[in-house]
Each structure stands twice: as C-alpha cells, then as structure tokens.
Design a protein around this ligand. Structure first.
Ligand SMILES: Cc1cc2nc3c(=O)[nH]c(=O)nc-3n(C[C@H](O)[C@H](O)[C@H](O)COP(=O)(O)O)c2cc1C
Length: 362
C-alpha cells in the first residue's frame, strides 16, 4: 500500500487529510467523530475574542452550490481553552487551532493557546483585501508562539503570489488556500426570501464549484514561496486530493463534502488515495507533490491542432457529446457517431463530456 504519512512543519501526520475549520469541528463530540474516521490531524472551528452571533438559517444548498453564513465559533474562548482543546489533545492526533482575526485579537488569544496546539491557523476572512492587517496578525502570532503559524487566505486577493511572499516574509510557516468565496446571494423564488439569515442574507460559497479556484491559488502560491501550501476548497474525492498535490499542496483539508456526505467520506478518500498511489506506482504521498508544477511551461498546456478521435468500439451512443456540440460537428449516422471535421472547432468540450473516455485529442 502507498504510504500516506507526511511531515508538515515538523508535525507528523499518518495521512495528509484534515477537516477544515467549520461545523464538523465545532466541539469535542464533533471532533471525536472525525478523529474516529481516521483524519491525519484536526483543525478546529475558528475562535475569536468574542463568541459569534450566528444567524439562522446559516447553511443552504442551491443546486451544485453550498452557501453558509456561519461566522466563527459561538463558544467563548474560555470554554475552548479550559475544556475543548485539552479533550481534543487526548485524542492523539495533531491539533491545529484556528483563530481570528486582527493583530489585537491574535495578541490576546495566542499566549493562551501556546501550550495546547501543534500549530495555529490564522483566519484572515474578515480582514479585507489590504494585506497589512493580515501581516500584522502574522507578526502578532509569531511574537507569542513558537509553534508553526499557518495563514489561511480568502479568494479575494488579486496578486496571490505577492500576498504569499509577504506572508512568508512576515513569518508564516505555511499557507492554507482557500477559504470560501463571495459573499453571494441565493433567493428562494417561491418565498421571495434569501436562503440564508443574517443582516444581508448573503452567504459564502464553498464545495466543488470553487475547486478550480483553489487549485489555481495553490499553484500560484507554491510557485512563489518555499513554505508548505495546504489545499482546501471543493475536495469531494481522492482524485481531487491528487490534483491539489500535483498543483503544489503538501496536505489538504475538507469541509463541505463532509458536511453533505457525512464524516465517513474521510475514510473513503484516505483508502482510495492509498489505492491511487499503488495504481500509479508511487511509494509515498510526497512523490506526487508538484508533478504538474514542475513540468516545463509548454508541457502543461494542451494545444489541439486536429479534430478528436472517436473510439467506436467504446462509444455507447449516449449522445452527450452531440447535445453539447455547439458547432453541430457530431451526429449519429447508421448507428455510429460521425464527426464532421470541417465543422469541428476543436473546442475540446466533447472529450470532457464523454463519461467513458471514448473521445480523445492527440
Ligand atoms: C458551514 C461552514 C463554516 C465554515 N467556518 C469556517 C471557520 O470558522 N473558519 C474558517 O477559516 N473557515 C471556515 N469555513 C471555510 C472552510 O474551512 C473551507 O475553507 C471552505 O469551505 C472551502 O473548503 P470546502 O469546499 O471543502 O468546504 C467554513 C465553511 C463552511 C461551509
């Protein structure tokens, strides 16, 4: 079996899969559930100097999208420090404490958790897109802590490479990318109501819709810094984890998919990841880090110069490719898919629509 063990910032983990800060890690019992399904480490729900006043409703599914307006923990920091963190520490997995937000908040909280955590994760979610408050928060954490300081970025940064370099210079030991996207608004048209409560009814978007954004952030950050990047955003299967590693991640976190499908998804992803390593003959999970990033630029990007090949032995005439061929280059003639190469624009969509890989470009 492929070896999933990793060492990130000196923290040994039996596998690279963590729950991301969110409702699955909100208290002792919820954390116990994710530890029981085999995660490599635990990141806890973000705490701050004041408990959050969370609106109801605060989570909603809208088609493929997941939205939330959950804020940070509603539990006061005193209870976390006196009861919850000590109980989690006894569970025998590394503990990463998420906290927020300003440098004053961090200066207040950091000394109190110094002996409890294996690392801290700073949430920068409500600090805006000016890097200064984030850099001040990192410096505050470094002043009080000698454990690794991870910095979690939100996907609202224009020059993410620059931001990552600045964070590293300020002392960040790892970058976690990304937090949820938005905020967005989702309206129930029967009730003419927002799907979420709160002052504006706005919510943060997460889940599979944000995965390509997360991959791009991971890729750009890892090209710009030489500290580990921890990938989060839209993972729902082991193949997504591999994609993040190839883009430059050294570990990953999952939130939305485990909310929707339940914590058992962690076990499924971990077991499948071991199998994928075997299938591709990789010995260690670290063997797949940067496999995409390290290629020559010209080898990373496809460039189609001729229409696709259709393997008629595999094709089962499901017609998905025909329905979505906006150039009308595909049709069925005599019970076979026919390609009109004069009309084909080589847009590539048909190959990604085919569920059985019967269509390929050279
Ligand atoms: C309901 C909910 C609550 C969340 N709470 C927090 C939080 O307290 N702190 C934080 O840094 N991120 C929080 N997040 C963001 C997630 O940790 C994660 O970065 C984001 O959802 C993208 O990952 P995913 O697509 O796997 O959910 C929350 C996300 C959701 C869906």
């Amino acid at each position: 079996m492929g070896n999933l063990e990793i060492n990130i910032c000196g923290i040994k983990m039996k596998n690279p899969i963590m729950p991301a800060a969110g409702p699955l890690v909100r208290d002792v019992e919820s954390v116990r559930k994710v530890v029981d399904v085999g995660v490599g480490a635990v990141v806890t729900k973000t705490i701050s100097v004041k408990p959050a006043k969370v609106p109801n409703p605060n989570m909603a599914v809208d088609g493929n999208l997941f939205l939330n307006s959950e804020l940070w923990s509603e539990i006061p920091w005193q209870r976390w420090i006196n009861n919850i963190f000590p109980s989690i520490k006894e569970m025998g997995v590394p503990l990463i404490i998420s906290m927020g937000y300003t440098s004053d908040d961090i200066s207040f909280l950091a000394p109190k958790i110094a002996n409890l955590a294996d690392a801290v994760e700073l949430s920068t979610h409500y600090l805006g897109d000016d890097p200064k408050p984030m850099l001040d928060a990192i410096k505050a954490a470094k002043r009080y802590l000698d454990i690794p300081v991870w910095v979690k970025v939100s996907p609202n940064v224009r020059d993410v490479g620059l931001m990552a370099r600045q964070a590293m210079k300020a002392g960040a030991d790892a970058i976690v990318a990304i937090n949820s996207l938005g905020p967005g608004l989702s309206i129930n048209i029967d009730k003419k109501l927002s799907r979420l409560g709160g002052q504006s009814g706005y919510g943060w978007i997460s889940g599979s819709a944000i995965k390509p954004l997360a991959i791009r952030y991971i890729y750009e950050i890892s090209k710009n810094v030489d500290i580990p990047v921890i990938g989060v955003g839209g993972i729902s299967k082991a193949e997504d984890v591999v994609e993040m590693f190839m883009a430059g991640a050294s570990a990953v976190q999952i939130c939305t998919a485990a909310i929707i499908k339940g914590p058992r998804i962690f076990t499924k992803i971990i077991e499948r990841l071991e199998k994928i390593l075997d299938e591709y003959k990789y010995k260690n999970i670290s063997d797949i880090i940067d496999l995409f990033s390290d290629k020559e630029e010209s080898e990373k990007i496809p460039d189609y110069t001729s229409p696709p090949n259709i393997d008629l032995d595999i094709c089962n005439l499901c017609e998905r490719c025909i329905k979505s061929c906006v150039y009308d280059a595909l049709s069925i003639v005599d019970e076979e898919i026919k390609l009109d190469s004069n009309t084909c624009a080589m847009c590539g969509l048909c190959a990604t629509r085919c569920p059985i890989n019967a269509i390929s470009f050279n």
